[in-house]
Design a protein around this ligand. Structure first.
Ligand SMILES: Cc1ncc(COP(=O)(O)O)c(C=O)c1O
Length: 389
């Protein structure tokens, strides 16, 4: 379920509780009618070829669509730089398979996307969590860590995994200067930057910041993306953008390719202009839901709690008042009618106090009135524990 693995929190069953757990798109966002029309057009125009191993022209056109979208974001991308995958989880996996040997170092934001952490663990990588703040990855701390490793004769990481725009789980976006510095460090210490841009198209406030791949002059950034948040997770279509040798190696690490029929349907859907139109509508709806959640947090949470203020994406990260533990609070929250993901799951090592006091809320799935109820329940659960102390 949303690529985020399994944890003890799954044993909590509260069927009537509001779920602020997963980064699922809200159900009404799914473009069923447009996808049905696109599928019909693919069958009508391409006949049996649409279901052949190779797919038809539409299937072949999806790499062009992905390259166009990348160029719209400032990335110098050719369709030949695109490897399509079954979702971006598979894209990250193919990149791991390309670069990682057991014991290799991976740096990642702490907290970060659980699904990626699970993949890194599966490759027996040595994952180091780097601190983050309201501007995402703390690139100063990265520099200190790299210098300390060099001084101690230890190798730099093979890979640095980052979600620089509307990060999962914090919602933070890395400003341009940090992005530039990160790439300078990647060149100086010779590591690959894996940029995961699952949410980049879903901006509600502020000015766009160029993707890392748009600033990459050395072919050192490998970019992964997905249609899960902008069309639907069920289409299981993501991609890697990389050049030359890296791109070829990633392709080899993605045997069997992807579902050509789905690719054809998505290319037709995008060519009809549905992608842009629908993403525009989703932006409006997600912005309303984000605002609803931030207003409810303001209105109800205990004064010592803090939370992030994302310009886009699906998530708000809450830091509970000192002494509260988000994992221990979950059963109380479930009783009060709300579920969330405790912070410890987003850290390679549990995250100590940051993981304990942190929790992720998703505003993408629950209806606005449920968001209100959920936050009221969370605030009551916090108050119950605070009052009992
Ligand atoms: C940052 C990030 N990357 C990747 C994914 C996985 O996306 P996909 O559905 O394409 O596998 C998610 C989904 O939750 C995500 O939040």
């Amino acid at each position: 379920m949303d690529g985020e693995g399994y944890g003890a929190w799954r044993s909590i069953t509260a069927p009537d509780a509001v779920s602020l757990v997963f980064g699922f798109p809200y159900p009404e966002s799914f473009p069923n009618e447009e996808l049905v029309a696109a599928a019909r057009a693919v069958f009508d125009e391409e006949g049996d070829v649409a279901l052949q191993y190779t797919g038809g022209e539409y299937a072949g056109a999806l790499a062009d669509v992905v390259a166009e979208h990348a160029r719209d974001r400032g990335v110098d991308c050719d369709p030949g730089d695109v490897v399509l995958t079954n979702g971006s989880t598979r894209a990250i996996d193919a990149v791991c398979r390309t670069f990682l040997e057991p014991g290799d170092g991976v740096f990642a934001e702490a907290p970060t996307f659980m699904g990626a952490l699970n993949l890194f663990r599966g490759y027996d990588a040595a994952v180091t969590g780097l601190p983050t703040d309201a501007d995402g990855l703390d690139v100063g701390a990265l520099e200190t860590e790299l210098a300390a490793r060099r001084a101690a004769g230890r190798p730099a990481p093979k890979l640095l995994y980052t979600i620089p725009t509307f990060q999962n789980p914090t919602g933070a976006t890395m400003p341009l200067e940090r992005r530039r510095r990160l790439l300078e460090l990647a060149a100086e210490y010779d590591f690959v930057v894996l940029e995961d841009d699952a949410y980049g198209a879903l901006r509600y406030d502020g000015d766009p910041v160029p993707p890392l791949k748009a600033l990459d002059e050395e072919g050192r950034v490998v970019r992964v993306g997905t249609f899960s948040k902008t069309i639907a997770p069920g289409v299981r279509t993501g991609w890697v953008v990389a050049e030359g040798e890296i791109r070829e190696q990633v392709e080899r690490m993605n045997p069997g390719g992807t579902n050509t029929f789905t690719r054809g349907v998505l290319a037709r859907y995008c060519r009809e202009g549905h992608f842009e139109r629908n993403v525009e509508a989703f932006r409006g709806e997600y912005e309303r839901r984000r605002d609803r959640m931030l207003d409810a947090l303001d209105a109800h949470m205990p004064p010592e709690a803090t939370w992030t203020d994302p310009d886009g994406g699906f998530f708000v990260w809450v830091t509970l008042p000192e002494g509260l533990d988000s994992a221990a609070l979950l059963p109380e929250a479930a009783e009060e009618g709300v579920l969330y993901l405790p912070g410890e799951h987003f850290y390679p090592d549990g995250g100590d106090e940051r993981g304990e006091r942190g929790l992720r809320l998703s505003f993408s799935y629950a209806a606005p009135d449920e968001i209100d109820r959920g936050i009221e329940g969370l605030a009551r659960a916090c108050q119950r524990v605070l009052d009992a102390r």
